[in-house]
Design a protein around this ligand. Structure first.
Ligand SMILES: [Zn+2]
Length: 122
């Protein structure tokens, strides 16, 4: 089992307007940035969590979904404020990528950041 940089704990997250609220549990083994066409534009710093460690607390009706290319990854946005809070990943669809800047009381200082090579994927 990978050892993370923080104690395993729950974090609350939300979009800007608060319509979408969720909870994750993670120990932050690493953060990722990605150079694929959508991640470059949204410029998010992300953490990967298994779907069993993710709970959508509110806002299912406020989420809108965007898909492109292979239509495997599912990118979610708040239809009210436009913020990207999380997406379902393409290579590992039982995992979510979470926008860590949507998390409450979270400081990314000291967590290693890995540059993912999304643009090179076929
Ligand atoms: Zn919102």
């Amino acid at each position: 089992m990978a050892i993370g940089t923080r104690p395993q704990q729950k974090y609350l997250g939300s979009c800007h307007c608060g319509a979408v609220r969720f909870e994750i549990e993670t120990d932050f083994p690493e953060l990722t940035m990605c150079d694929c066409s959508i991640c470059r534009r949204r410029n998010a710093l992300m953490v990967k969590v298994h779907e069993s460690r993710f709970v959508l607390l509110a806002g299912e009706d406020s989420l809108t979904e965007y898909q492109f290319h292979t239509h495997t990854a599912r990118h979610f946005f708040c239809r009210v404020c436009g913020i990207y809070p999380f997406h379902r990943k393409r290579v590992t669809p039982d995992y979510f990528g979470i926008n860590v800047f949507c998390l409450h009381d979270f400081d990314p200082t000291g967590i290693p950041v890995r540059q993912a090579v999304g643009a090179a994927m076929p």
